[in-house]
Design a protein around this ligand. Structure first.
Ligand SMILES: [Cu+2]
Length: 264
């Protein structure tokens, strides 16, 4: 009886948490983030309804066939029924997985929009840096021998390549609202992870690879970018911010920041 009360209390608390709006996910600030949320909510409703129905049926069976002094009867089960509910369950799970897979593929397998703003992201123990190209739209060559964090050149922009003269490096990722953005994720040392809760995006950043990641944020605001892969003793300090700005404000910022670019 005590276990039944405990299970009922746990189920009640879970339901209460599900229906209250306060402790749920943070805002979803992109179309696919909203798709992910809708898919998760749909999955919760489907499996939650099946759970409630199955538990209700169990309660009914316990009550209906309780001991009333009748003679015991033997039931050897039904293979047909077993096959039926196992295959129905498998189909429900596969259908839900396929629906979710579509959203995932749209984020990770589809190419980004050709008009996307391209920003290079460099992860290192224990900081994030972002690089914007200059007005020429091209990133300058990099040379690892020229990496100089103290001198403001965490990417190692090659001073001999004129294309890199106007490249802008920043510690905070600023993007315009409503415009597609393509990040090119790189790491200088170990595996890190780029994570923005509000974008529902989480991507490993692997040394030796350039991993593209695209999104279109539609809600101006400041959002945390914590490193989400344990990457060393200072991992807990490795955080930066994503600032989504109104398009005009972003253009103003970019113009002003480009004017301040100092050659490494
Ligand atoms: Cu890290």
């Amino acid at each position: 009886m005590a276990i039944a009360i405990l299970i009922a209390a746990l189920a009640g608390a879970t339901l209460a948490l599900f229906f209250q709006p306060r402790w749920w996910f943070p805002d979803a600030i992109s179309a696919h983030a909203k798709d992910y949320d809708a898919q998760l909510l749909f999955t919760l409703w489907v499996v939650g309804s099946i759970f409630v129905l199955a538990q209700g049926l169990l309660v009914w069976v316990i009550f209906r066939y309780r001991d009333r002094g009748q003679a015991p009867s033997v039931n050897c089960g039904s293979t047909k029924l077993e096959l039926l509910w196992t295959s129905v369950t498998a189909m429900v799970f596969l259908a839900l997985a396929f629906a979710g897979q579509g959203i995932w593929a749209g984020v990770h397998l589809k190419n980004s929009d050709p008009s996307a703003l391209r920003v290079e992201v460099m992860a290192k123990q224990f900081a994030w840096s972002y690089r914007y190209s200059g007005a020429d739209g091209a990133f300058g060559r990099v040379d690892i021998r020229q990496i100089d964090d103290a001198g403001g050149n965490p990417f190692g922009i090659d001073s001999k390549d004129p294309k890199g003269d106007d490249d802008l490096t920043a510690p905070i990722l600023r993007v315009p609202a409503g415009r597609p953005v393509e990040l090119l994720l790189k790491s200088r040392d170990v595996i890190h992870n780029f994570f923005v809760r509000e974008l529902r995006l989480k991507q490993d950043v692997v040394p030796g690879m350039t991993i593209p990641l695209h999104f279109t944020a539609d809600k101006p605001g400041a959002y945390e970018v914590p490193c989400s892969e344990l990457c060393g003793l200072g991992h807990h300090q490795m955080r930066s911010a994503l600032v989504v700005m109104a398009p005009d404000a972003f253009e103003d910022w970019l113009l002003e920041a480009r004017q301040k670019v100092v050659l490494p």
